[in-house]
Write a protein that binds this ligand. Structure first.
Ligand code: NDP
Length: 445
């Protein structure tokens, strides 16, 4: 049994109840075979054993009182996975599906993603099984205040800087920041994704979706092509999906689908983003309402169909993990899709991503393709440190630079290891190397 097989076997034994974490860990470890096989130092210092074990896991009770006066209790988590290259950084997810395995998978991915941005940020992730859907603003506020009443002991601008993720947007970050400030009496950059009048960065809201599209634009440029005239299928209708759609439209592409957890819309004429923003960002409503704005659009319930049956040139899954499986990959290839870029974290199953790569699809893994969000969060941290605010154009230009650099980094790394076009391998190895060197320098900790 070689070193990587041993680590995988140990991880399977220790984390048998965490399928998402094992899926993410195995994908990375498989890519690292060629690296650790070349140099015995990694095994000598137990580097992979340490890499797959979080530095710290915090799990806590979050009691709060709902509007009817009833006490509710949720579970809160923060996984501080790896701080070799900087303070832990990664979002908070509020969704009923959240459990320790999901937070560990997200925290693990974050290590490599953050490394790829080229900025000094370590990997972490947190969240709760709290469901903000259907809750009043007052209930969300009380929940966030209770969550931060425990979390504040474990975070700080030089220790751990959370951001948003599914179910955590500007409203939640505001409530969390307010409570942190009240508890610590310190106005400091402990969270990113803040409001623009109290330390937030311009372009942070747009960053993940824009960044995804910048990376694919750079790839298209490298093959002498462009977004102009291409049909794009997007899943999700939250932060990432909305701003990916906006950037595709600005670049001349047509986005024909969006989804939420109930169903999806297909609009051949192109998605009307103003309608989506009104439904999702203002009314916090359901996508099914879109047909009230456009009678020529078709809404399909998830029970009746799948969004990936939509013919498209480019597919951008931007909702959640494992939403594009092998059957979907086969459908996409059969209908002529040539590019898949992950806006969400691990939306494609392992078998599906391999199938796509083996069938001529340029596949961009989330840890590279959606790194613009955390990259811009790191730019927000820099602005907070120097107590200055940069213009939208400045931040957007830095974001584009980050995404272009990541594309060339993963492309060159794949070539260096004889696997041209394998951006999964390129991202995993390029992300790993920087973290591994820092861990080697810092001794056995
Ligand atoms: P939002 O909460 O803003 O939006 C999530 C979208 O995905 C919603 O349309 C939601 O539908 C849908 N969705 C969520 N869970 C499910 C599910 N189980 N099944 C079907 N649909 C679902 O989140 P974000 O846009 O911020 O995040 C989307 C993805 O991008 C996540 O994987 C996140 O980890 C990743 N990501 C986000 C970053 C960011 O900066 N925000 C950065 C990097 C990655 P509904 O409205 O019905 O809930």
């Amino acid at each position: 049994m070689d070193y990587v097989d041993k680590i995988i076997a140990d991880a399977e034994k220790k984390n048998a109840d965490q399928p998402e974490f094992l899926q993410a860990a195995k994908e990375v470890l498989e890519s690292l075979r060629v690296v650790v096989g070349r140099d015995s130092v990694y095994e000598e210092v137990g580097l992979l054993e340490r890499l797959v074990e979080p530095e710290r896991i915090i799990q806590f009770r979050v009691p709060w009182v709902d509007d009817s006066g009833k006490v509710q209790v949720n579970r809160g988590y923060r996984v501080q996975f790896n701080s070799a290259i900087g303070p832990y950084k990664g979002g908070l997810r509020f969704h009923p599906s959240v459990n320790l395995g999901i937070i560990k998978f997200l925290g693990f991915e974050q290590i490599f993603k953050n490394s790829l941005t080229g900025l000094p940020i370590g990997g972490g992730k947190g969240g709760s099984d709290f469901d903000p859907k259907g809750k009043t603003d007052a209930e969300v506020m009380r929940f966030c205040q209770s969550f931060m009443t425990e979390l504040y002991r474990h975070v700080g601008p030089n220790t751990d800087v959370p951001a948003g993720d599914i179910g955590v947007g500007g409203r939640e970050i505001g409530f969390l920041f307010g409570q942190y400030k009240r508890l610590t009496n310190a106005f400091e950059g402990v969270l990113t994704g803040k409001g623009l009048t109290w330390g937030g960065s311009l372009a942070r809201t747009e960053a993940t979706g824009y960044g995804l599209v910048y990376m694919i634009e750079e790839y298209l440029k490298s093959i002498g092509a462009a977004f102009e005239g291409r049909e794009v299928a997007i899943s999700g209708s939250g932060n990432v999906a909305i701003f990916a759609t906006q950037k595709v439209q600005q670049l001349g592409g047509t986005v024909v689908t969006m989804t939420d957890s109930n169903g999806f819309i297909y609009h051949k004429a192109g998605i009307d983003l103003d309608a989506i923003k009104e439904i999702k960002l203002i009314n916090r409503g359901r996508l099914s309402e879109y047909t009230k704005f456009h009678a020529d659009a078709v809404y399909t319930d998830v029970a009746d169909g799948k969004v990936w049956n939509t013919p498209c040139d480019v597919a951008l899954p931007c909702a959640t993990q494992n939403e594009l499986d092998l059957a979907d990959a086969k459908t996409l290839v059969a209908s002529g899709c040539k590019i898949v870029g992950e806006g969400a974290n691990m939306p494609t199953t392992l078998e599906a991503s391999i199938y796509l790569q083996q069938n001529g699809v340029a596949f961009f893994p989330g840890k590279a393709a959606n790194a613009g969000g955390v990259g811009t969060s790191a730019l927000e941290m820099s602005q907070n440190s120097e107590r200055l605010s940069w213009s939208f154009e400045e931040v957007d230009a830095m974001l584009r630079r980050i995404m272009v650099d990541i594309f060339h980094n993963i492309d060159n790394t794949a070539r260096e290891y004889g696997k041209e076009g394998d951006y999964i391998l390129g991202a995993n190895i390029a992300g790993f190397k920087k973290v591994a060197h820092a861990m080697l320098d810092q001794g056995i900790i």
